[in-house]
Design a protein around this ligand. Structure first.
Ligand SMILES: C[S@@+](CC[C@H](N)C(=O)[O-])C[C@H]1O[C@@H](n2cnc3c(N)ncnc32)[C@H](O)[C@@H]1O
Length: 309
């Protein structure tokens, strides 16, 4: 199996060629439902209902399940959508204010279908991330954690009857009950009320540090990483609208994939997973349906890493 490569095509036709139990980890962000048009007839994300969308994702992630090693994990970044949002662009709504224009500029040019969707009303939050999570759980994955990606710089919204959405999910799934998870690799430094003179596991106390008037000497203990991750959104300034920030996936890679292991990203986009994987000494396999995005990812890998694909 070739590694550090991008496979061009529909993920549903590409993944069957990959071997069973061959990948350490999958880290990915599929198109969110009804949000963006990625310019390909076979793309996932523009289904008429959330249920068709979930069915398509299920097909993909059942293949991923087969390809993952028994100790493998899936880190799935998903955001939610509203029913019948009637966005600018194809939905017919004119771009009349700065926010709508901003959305079009960012590729948010797709309006969700406003027809009847069983069990859901216009304005309902679709609850897509959890629906997908439960579907994958039913399909055999262990749903291990709902990590909240807290975005201090969320997309502006012109709403007046709810809060501005400023979070997404990063679900952690495992293939088996026991799996590779290097929790030590993502532990954080603390500055709590305790220190340890001998352990030498955390940050060294500063000579000026005092706790309850007593001078702290030695080391602060490390703490396990928590489940709310605060990461600024940082779009990649090439012709791809929906990249995740590299900082979001650094700890997924450190905890989820051993050195020299292989990470699969079935929705590769501009290749953020590949870039960060290589920087951290892991390998990648990317799949992307739009040849224009494959070119963008290749150019980025070359520019940031000097890799020629
Ligand atoms: C949210 S973007 C991924 C961005 C990526 N995480 C990054 O940081 O660059 C989703 C990508 O999935 C691709 N895609 C959509 N449907 C696909 C399919 N059926 N097979 C493969 N890729 C698909 C889109 O073209 C888009 O580039």
């Amino acid at each position: 199996m070739e590694i550090n490569t991008i496979l061009s095509g529909d993920v549903r036709s590409v993944l069957p060629a990959l071997g069973d139990n061959s990948i350490d980890c999958c880290i990915t962000s599929p198109p969110y439902w009804g949000l963006r048009d990625y310019g390909h007839t076979e793309q996932i994300g523009l289904e008429k209902t959330p249920f068709e969308y979930i069915k398509n994702l299920l097909v993909v992630f059942l293949e991923v399940f087969r390809i993952l090693k028994p100790t493998g994990t899936l880190w799935l970044n998903l955001g939610d959508s509203y029913i019948g949002g009637g966005r600018a662009g194809k939905s017919g709504h004119a771009a009349t204010n700065g926010i709508e224009q901003f959305r079009i500029d960012r590729g948010l040019n797709y309006g969700q279908p406003t027809g009847k969707i069983e069990g859901l009303k216009p304005k309902d939050l679709a609850g897509i991330p959890w629906r997908v999570a439960f579907a994958l759980q039913m399909a055999g994955y262990y749903l291990r954690q709902d990590i909240i990606w807290n975005k201090p710089n969320p997309m502006p919204e012109s709403v007046t009857d709810r809060c501005t959405k400023s979070h997404e999910y990063m679900f952690l799934f495992s293939k088996g009950r026991k799996y590779y998870f290097d929790y030590k690799a993502i532990q954080t430094d603390t500055k709590g009320n305790e220190w340890d003179k001998r352990a030498r596991i955390g940050r060294k106390c500063f000579p000026t540090d005092k706790i309850n008037g007593i001078r702290a000497t030695g080391y602060y203990p490390k703490a396990n990483k928590r489940s709310v991750w605060t990461v600024n959104n940082r779009p990649y300034h090439a012709a791809h609208f929906a990249t995740y920030p590299p900082e979001l996936i650094i700890d997924c890679i450190k905890a989820g994939c051993p050195q020299n292991g292989i990470i699969l990203d079935p929705f590769f986009g501009a290749g953020t997973t590949g870039v960060v994987a290589r920087k951290l000494g892991r390998n990648f396999i990317g799949v992307e349906i739009n040849p224009a995005y494959v070119k963008i990812a290749e150019a980025r890998l070359q520019q940031e890493l000097g890799i020629f694909l």
